[in-house]
Design a protein around this ligand. Structure first.
Ligand SMILES: C[S@@+](CC[C@H](N)C(=O)[O-])C[C@H]1O[C@@H](n2cnc3c(N)ncnc32)[C@H](O)[C@@H]1O
Length: 230
């Protein structure tokens, strides 16, 4: 939680303030670009996008370098102050225009139906409310707009799932900036009314022992309107 001072002197708490995690993530995520092949995954995640894009929980902005030139503008929402500062710097180096904006996924500070695409990358694990977040993503996408996602979640067999659930109930969220390892992002997208397109499982790291965060899904989904439903 972050203390914010308003003009009236009133002090309110910001929604996401994880200074230790932010420092840790800022370093780890950069080395993961090459060590875990994350740069390649980000490239695939964003390939072919165009128009106006909203990225939710942009972190330190590592996706920005991978947006194709056909993207007219990225609005990057990031609530954590340190990560947001790093995202602003990454935005200045980006080839496409990036506007980094404070805010939370559960109440996106943007107009309805304003975006052609939304990007969710390693963020559904960390938001406070997945259903509200996806409701907001749906609201801000134009009809037929797409979601590109790369998310980790539940997987790896019964013993691993039990471990993931135990971690989520105990130390994991406190240690890793609110992250949960047993959520089911693909099912959540479906339940939120998105039509799933091609998506595939990715294990990270590809080789070696699996970690609670190893079970990822990379893919696309579309905002489905009630009239499109089968
Ligand atoms: C694991 S990091 C991923 C960052 C980035 N998307 C990436 O691909 O490297 C999770 C991010 O979600 C952000 N986050 C946490 N809770 C959030 C919320 N309620 N709304 C929006 N972003 C949130 C964190 O501040 C952090 O930047």
């Amino acid at each position: 939680m972050r203390l914010l001072s308003t003009g009236s002197g009133e002090v309110v708490r910001g929604p996401v303030h994880h200074p230790l995690f932010a420092r840790y993530y800022a370093r780890l995520s950069v080395s993961a670009e090459t060590r875990l092949g994350m740069a390649r995954i980000r490239e695939r995640l964003l390939a072919g996008l165009s128009g106006r894009v909203i990225e939710i929980g942009a972190g330190n902005g590592l996706n920005f370098a991978h947006y194709p030139g056909a993207v007219a503008e990225v609005v990057a929402i990031e609530p954590e102050p340190l990560l947001r500062r790093l995202a602003v710097q990454a935005g200045l180096r980006s080839q496409v225009p990036v506007d980094v904006v404070p805010g939370a996924a559960e109440a996106l500070p943007v107009k309805s139906e304003a975006f052609d695409a939304a990007v969710l990358s390693l963020v559904l694990c960390s938001v406070q409310d997945v259903a509200r977040t996806l409701g907001e993503v749906r609201r801000v996408l134009r009809p037929g707009g797409e979601v590109r996602f790369f998310e980790h979640g539940r997987g790896g067999g019964a013993a691993m799932v039990l471990t993931q659930q135990a971690l989520d109930r105990t130390v994991w969220p406190a240690l890793f900036g609110g992250c949960h390892v047993s959520r089911e992002p693909v099912a959540a997208l479906r339940e939120a009314g998105f039509r799933l397109g091609p998506h595939r499982r990715v294990q990270l790291p590809e080789n070696g022992p699996a970690l609670p965060t190893s079970f990822c899904a990379l893919g696309v989904a579309w905002r489905q309107d009630r009239s499109d439903a089968p």
